[in-house]
Design a protein around this ligand. Sequence first.
Ligand SMILES: [Zn+2]
Length: 82
Amino acid sequence: MSQQQFDNFTASTLYCEKCRATTPVREKLLLVLPDREIFDYLCTECGSSVGQREVTAGEKMMAEALASPSRRRRKVPLRSVR
Ligand SMILES: [Zn+2]
């Protein structure tokens, strides 16, 4: 069960045409839309864009829910202190 959340991990290396090699990439938030966010992947060697990724609002909520299971337990029963 816990292993499945690693499937959503973003690629840390991508093929760069300029470097002609697979290089580590940096994720940069490119655009924020009401229903999605677009990320740009930049080669850390030459700085050129090697790819993009779109994250929809639904996916983001899923990822956040998976990343922080403690949120589900946030509901604290109200109790009178007096
Ligand atoms: Zn490069």
